[in-house]
Design a protein around this ligand. Structure first.
Ligand SMILES: CC(C)(COP(=O)(O)OP(=O)(O)OC[C@H]1O[C@@H](n2cnc3c(N)ncnc32)[C@H](O)[C@@H]1OP(=O)(O)O)[C@@H](O)C(=O)NCCC(=O)NCCS
Length: 168
């Protein structure tokens, strides 16, 4: 249904189409983006170093979101995923499929032992995406993020390599 390809600089306007929307950034420490913010994000993502891999999510060739795999601790083979879609495409299982695809990528191409993901406590859609992919809830990181309106907690989830193999 969807495919992933490495993000390109030309994608910045598609990034901006969702990253400028308040409902998309509601749980994020950034945004809503200005055009300049979206160009900078895209530029940094395209030029990312060896431990960060950012992909465009394509639906019938249309770029509708981004997902990312980051080796947060290469020496421990620990990676982290994130995903974001334009709201026109929410509620169609696309977020879950994107999360599954980027998780498979992390285990298959980077030999991750553990892949983790965090989300805001009230981001029910994101928690559900992780649960549907077999991620286990580990606990609550208290006041770990600084947002414009104050600090917030994050929920930590993870999937281990042997669990991923079992469910494949
Ligand atoms: C998180 C996000 C990617 C989910 O995308 P999506 O394509 O809508 O996800 P899916 O359709 O695969 O699954 C969403 C699940 O959450 C559930 N859900 C959505 N809103 C919910 C709510 N308020 N309460 C409870 N469950 C909710 C849906 O019912 C669905 O579960 P189901 O398949 O069991 O019915 C999308 O909402 C998004 O881009 N949000 C903004 C960015 C973000 O928060 N990213 C995650 C942090 S890294």
């Amino acid at each position: 249904m969807i495919t992933l390809r490495p993000l390109e600089m030309e994608d910045w306007a598609s990034v901006h189409a969702y990253a400028s929307l308040p409902e998309v950034c509601r749980h994020q420490p950034w945004g809503p983006n200005t055009e300049e913010d979206s160009r900078r994000f895209t530029e940094e993502a395209v030029q990312a170093g060896k431990n960060r891999f950012v992909f465009a999510v394509l639906l019938k060739q249309k770029m509708i979101g981004v997902c990312e795999f980051k080796l947060v601790s290469p020496e421990d083979q620990t990676g982290e995923i994130s995903y974001i879609l334009h709201p026109d495409y929410w509620g169609r299982n696309i977020g879950s499929t994107a999360a599954e695809t980027i998780t498979d990528y992390g285990f298959q191409h980077h030999h991750a032992w553990r892949i983790q993901a965090t989300c805001a406590p009230d981001n029910k859609a994101s928690s559900r995406v992780l649960e549907k992919n077999g991620f286990q809830y580990e606990g609550r990181l208290r006041e770990v993020l600084q947002l414009p309106d104050g600090r917030r907690d994050s929920l930590m989830y993870s999937l281990l390599r042997n669990e991923w193999k079992q469910q494949k």
